[in-house]
Write a protein that binds this ligand. Structure first.
Ligand SMILES: [Zn+2]
Length: 505
């Protein structure tokens, strides 16, 4: 037999489309030709495969070798094709029977001595292999990750082990994860800190309804710590969600097992580029928003972020995904994250701080605050002031409520939303109005409040969304005045900004 076919998979965003490695030996000048849109790292695999085969004691055919990676129009990156190419050459040259790899998929990079090196993006590959009904051979270091997909996985440390397996001499055992990874709570606990009652309440509301949240307050009031609590009061990840989170980490080459089933909490610095934040690059990779998928994206010092960077956030905030177009392919990365942002009220940070005087001029303050565009703020349902703690609260000895207690209420409120099919933060307008079921009196009262507070018509639905979450937390069947009043309290920054810049209305 001079023609062999091995099943492999490319890594394209979070997808792992099938790639057939076709190897043909023919008479002619010895040499190896690689066709089918291979990128530089794949072209280099020629040299790695040759050395690995020779060093492992195999014969490298001194004939003309044509290697085709099909389909040709699919971009192929990285060293993941080394092992399937090497096996294809062994089959085409009769050193391994061609039937041996029929129900198999193979992925792995070769070292020059024939040992196997781990590759990125193994989880999406393993999920696709399982759906195709094939077993998967991976390098040892990728074995646990591949086994999360719950298909049949064989792990090998060296190409000799793979060949022994295919020849039936010494079968590789099907890989089992030692102990199933369990979710560990790594988020700090709310019981550790006293005071900040309004911020605590806002976190609970954000967790219950899936709302985005902004904390505004002077430096040193613990805004970062408050934000980090959110991951600990959100519901546990489902298995599907855990796999989604792990798949993003997998293609980024980040460790999966130690963070398995944990809500992501990402905290990119305000100097981050838009590529780092939303993803991209010449070989598109996920950004922070995708690493925060199903979790929390925390942007500290929000006005310090580049204006352009903040503008590119708007699309994923709306669509829960990001599309990155390249000449030959489009990648789609998931990005259903909850945004928590923090900001100082002014450049020096002490506007409204009783401990220290603010030295900023009104125009400085306005310039600072206007760095946040109205459309971005529109997507943040909860805006809360975090004041400097008065001394009485610092000496208060009553312990704060634990994250577990808060989470129990969050879960109950989410259960009520399940019947509507949407989290309140995403509930479409007509369903929102129906779910709130405002009485005529409440409606009239609310219209008067909006008018008096100079709140825009756009703010109306955001207020209703938050009020509905408050009703869900209180197990109320409809939204009443109490919930509307509390919801209005979470629009502090809107009012402040609108007062400075009437064009926002
Ligand atoms: Zn200031």
């Amino acid at each position: 037999m001079t023609l062999a076919i091995v099943h492999a998979r490319a890594s394209l965003g979070l997808e792992a489309p099938e790639v057939l490695i076709e190897v043909h030996l023919s008479n002619g000048l010895p040499g190896l030709t690689l066709v089918g849109l291979p990128e530089a790292a794949v072209k280099e695999s020629r040299e790695r495969v040759r050395s690995a085969l020779l060093n492992a004691g195999f014969e490298f055919p001194s004939r003309r070798i044509t290697l085709n990676l099909a389909p040709a129009d699919l971009p192929k990156e990285g060293g993941r094709f080394d092992l399937p190419i090497a096996l294809g050459i062994l089959m085409a040259s009769g050193q391994v029977p061609v039937e041996a790899a029929e129900r198999l998929e193979v992925v792995g990079e070769l070292a020059l001595d024939g040992s196997l090196r781990p590759v990125t993006g193994v989880l999406p590959t393993a999920l696709s292999a399982r759906r195709a009904g094939r077993s998967l051979i991976v390098p040892m270091e990728n074995a646990d990750e591949a086994a999360l997909a719950e298909g049949e996985v064989f792990a090998a440390g060296h190409i000799l082990d793979v060949v022994s397996h295919l020849l039936g001499r010494e079968r590789l055992p099907a890989h089992q994860i030692g102990a199933p990874p369990r979710a560990r709570m790594s988020a700090p606990d709310m019981a550790d800190v006293k005071g900040q009652h309004q911020a605590r309440r806002a976190l609970e509301v954000a967790a219950a309804g899936g709302h985005n949240l902004l904390f505004a307050g002077p430096p040193g009031t613990g805004k970062t710590m408050l934000a980090s609590w959110l991951a600990g009061i959100l519901p546990p990840l489902t298995r599907e969600e855990s796999l989604d989170v792990a798949a993003v980490r997998s293609v980024c080459g980040l460790s999966i097992m130690e963070r398995w089933a944990q809500r992501p909490f990402r905290n990119p610095h305000h100097t981050s580029s838009s590529v780092a934040l939303v993803g991209g690059g010449s070989k598109p990779r996920p950004g922070e928003i995708s690493l925060a998928h199903h979790g929390v994206l925390f942007l500290d010092e929000l006005p310090e972020f580049d204006r352009h960077v903040l503008e590119v956030l708007r699309e994923p905030l709306e669509s829960a995904q990001i599309l990155i177009s390249r000449a030959n392919h489009q990648r789609r990365f998931p990005a259903r994250f909850q945004l928590v942002a923090a900001m100082n009220p002014c450049p020096c940070g002490h506007l409204g701080d009783p401990r220290q005087r603010c030295h900023c001029s009104p125009s400085q303050i306005q310039r600072y605050q206007s760095r946040l565009s109205g459309p971005l703020l529109d997507r943040i349902d909860l805006q809360v002031e975090v004041p400097a703690l008065p001394a009485t609260q610092l000496t208060d000895q009553t312990p704060g409520e634990s994250s577990a207690d808060v989470r129990a209420r969050v879960l109950a409120a989410r259960e009520r939303q399940r019947a509507r099919g949407w989290l309140n933060a995403h509930l479409p307008g007509p369903q929102l109005e129906a779910a709130c079921a405002l009485s005529p009196q409440a409606r009239e009262w609310f219209a008067g409040v909006l008018d008096r507070l100079n709140l825009s018509a756009r703010a109306y639905h955001r207020l209703l969304r938050v009020a509905l979450t408050l009703a869900d937390l209180a197990a109320e069947p409809r939204v009443g005045k109490a919930q509307l009043m509390e919801a209005v309290g979470y629009r502090q920054l809107d009012r402040m900004l609108n007062a400075n810049d009437p064009s926002r209305l």
